[in-house]
Every structure is written in C-alpha cells, then in structure tokens.
Design a protein around this ligand. Structure first.
Ligand code: PLP
Length: 366
C-alpha cells in the first residue's frame, strides 16, 4: 500500500456522544467536505448511530448524496446557490438555509406542492452568510410560503472564548430572533454554536449545536485546549510507506530547488505521498513517525513524494509503514503539528487529503 487514511468510526461515535452530553441539547453533526476528509457516508451513519439529531452540509449535492445513500435523518444544507434545484431538495426532505429575501423567494417558488423546511440564517457579526440589513424588511408574508423550522448564525471567534465579540453576536442573535417570535414563529430550533462554542460557551448551546471539527476528535484551536483535554479521540491516522531508504553524506542537497541539504551523514527515506495527496508543499517542521521515532521532512514536498531525514542509526527499510499524523499518543505528529508546519490549521490538513488516498475504516492499528 502506498498511502491510506485509517478512520476509526468508534472514535467519531465516542466524540458525538461526548459532545451531545456536554451540550445538553440537540446535536447536528457537520459532515461537509466529505466529512472533513473522513468520508461522508460512513461518518454520517456513525454520527447518527451515536445520537446526532441532524447532519449538516454546505452544499446541496452533499445533502443529495446522503439521501441517495439511504440516510433518513434530518439534513440541513446551508450554502445552496441561487438557481439551484430547490424542488428536488424539498422532495428529498432536505432542510434549506435562507440567507436573503431573494433566497427565500426562490425557495418559496419551489414550494408550490410541498413546503420547504427552512432555517433562516442571520449575520450577527461575522459578515459572511446570513441576513443583515434585509432583516428589518422581512415581513410575515415573506415566510408564509415555507415552513420555518430553524434560525441560526455562526461565531467568528468562538475559539477565543474571552473575546467580547462572542457575547455581542449571541446578544444580536437573540435580538434578531425576536422578529420571528413577533411573527408567531416561536417553536423553532435556534442554533449558533460550532465546536469551539460547544466546548467553551454553554450559554450559546440554545436548542442545537453544530459540531464539526470536534466530532473528528480534533481541537478547534490548540490555544483553547488539546483534543485530549476535551476528552475527544482523533479519528484519523494518515499513513504511507517508504519507497526507498538511502545513505547520503553530509552536505547532500535534497529536492527541488535544493532548498535544504543534509547536515550530517544520514539516511534519507522517500515517502510516497505528496501535495497531490494533500501534503502541504510548504510544510516545514513536520515529518513522519517510524519505529518509535520522528523523522522530519527535508527539502520541498513534491507532487507524489517527499523526503525525510531518518537519521544515521535508523533501522527503517523500504516498504516500512510511516505514520504521517495520528493521535499523538505515541509521539507521532498530529494534524495540529502539520497545520502549524504550514501556517494553517488541523481543519485544512484533514480536509485537503486527496481522492487518491483510500479511506480505510477500522480501529487504529499502530
Ligand atoms: C463548518 C461549519 C460548522 C462547523 O464548524 P466547526 O468549527 O468545525 O465545529 C458549523 N456551522 C457552519 C455554518 C459551518 O459552516
């Protein structure tokens, strides 16, 4: 095997159950972007079996894929483009977010036979999706052609729990929801918490939380606390194998641009994954774990391969497995380490793993 991502669905189930208990409310498991690289369908099934009340995705095609796979749980899709096939979404019982009067009109038009289930999205301070100035123009009749089942917003800085913007956004949300209550929509699901808010801001749990990164056992931000401190179990181990091991003298340049050279006589290992598989080309300071030791990347990552410095005494051989990242419990690099190694975050590391890498569902095997 060249490379594989081993996904531990029991970890996902554990995390869902843990987060649901912590929030004390309903839980929507966020499975957009192929379940953050972990595999849409198996993750959705695992999350639902562990008590997720809903699953959420960005795109309509992701929601349709869930229905086509036989998932009957409620699904919310929140980034559905104007001009989409809203009629099919309604027929498939996919809840739709509406973030503008235009969207609401389009969804209403598609609701002639069966009313769409709609969650109104509010911009409470992130300046991304959601109603902002248009909210004051909304009338009860704008909502009469759809079934308003929810209202939601999104935090910009939930991973910095002490920031005042969090309370500002929650206050604004509660204020804006009053408009709906004024129209008689009192029994709807209010939701604003992502993973970080679910872990750190119980006041914001409301009627449902939307947890993404945490169900994969990853922390929303290392500054907030580690996955372990939150009782979360990382669900993915990414591994590859050594294509070659070779002895080189000190001063040997490695890779494109000869951006680095060996500083001692050493052994180099060639790992058969590259940026085409989602290994960030600019990563520096991460590497692989083999035979109980870390071997750092040396030189630039290529499209299909990268080179690690195994050290002069390494016993590694071509064909050996290397762990690129895992839960860190044995000393291996983590998705957080890889994020830090390229100026990014664990979210990007797991979601960018490419389609060439098979996802294997089993418990972790070290
Ligand atoms: C991605 C997303 C989430 C999940 O965020 P996490 O930080 O991964 O928990 C929740 N809500 C919306 C609207 C999102 O787009």
């Amino acid at each position: 095997m060249r490379a594989e991502a081993i996904i531990d669905l029991s970890a996902i189930k554990h995390n869902v159950a843990q987060l649901k208990a912590k929030s004390g409310t309903q839980l929507l498991a966020v499975v957009k972007a192929d379940a953050y690289g972990h595999g849409l369908i198996p993750v959705a099934q695992a999350a639902i079996s562990a008590g997720a009340d809903m699953v959420g995705v960005a795109l309509l095609e992701e929601a349709i894929a869930l229905r086509e796979a036989g998932i009957t749980a409620p699904i919310l899709a929140w980034l559905v483009q104007p001009g989409s096939d809203f009629k099919s979404a309604i027929d498939l019982d996919i809840d739709l977010a509406a973030a503008s009067l235009k969207a609401l009109r389009e969804i209403t038009e598609a609701s002639s036979q069966k009313k769409a289930r709609v969650h109104l999205e509010l911009d409470t301070g992130m300046s991304r999706g959601g109603f902002l100035s248009e909210w004051s123009q909304l009338t009860a009749s704008d909502l009469s052609g759809v079934d308003v089942v929810g209202v939601f917003s999104h935090f910009a800085r939930a991973d910095e729990p002490e920031e005042a913007q969090n309370q500002d956004q929650l206050d604004r949300f509660n204020e804006m929801v009053k408009v709906l209550e004024g129209f008689g929509h009192t029994n709807i699901i209010r939701h604003i918490s992502n993973s970080a808010a679910t872990l750190k801001n119980s006041d914001a749990a409301l009627d449902m939380v939307r947890t993404g990164i945490a169900i994969y056992g990853l922390t929303p931000d290392v500054g907030m606390g580690s996955a372990k401190e939150f009782g979360l179990r990382p669900a993915m181990q990414l591994r590859s194998s050594l294509y070659l091991v070779k002895d080189v003298p000190a001063g040997t340049p490695v890779g494109y641009g000869a951006s680095e050279s060996t500083t001692r006589d050493t052994k180099l290992g060639v790992v058969t994954m590259g940026y085409a598989d989602g290994i960030p080309r600019i990563a520096r300071g991460a590497g692989v774990w083999i035979n109980g030791e870390r071997a750092p990347i040396i030189g630039r990552v290529s499209m299909d391969q990268f080179v690690v410095d195994l050290g002069p005494d390494s016993k590694a051989q071509s064909g050996d497995w290397v762990v690129i990242f895992g839960n860190g419990s044995h000393g291996e690099y983590t998705a957080e380490d890889w994020g830090a190694a390229c100026g990014s975050i664990n979210y990007e590391i797991v979601t960018r793993i490419g389609p060439r890498v098979p996802r294997i569902y089993s418990a972790h095997v070290y």
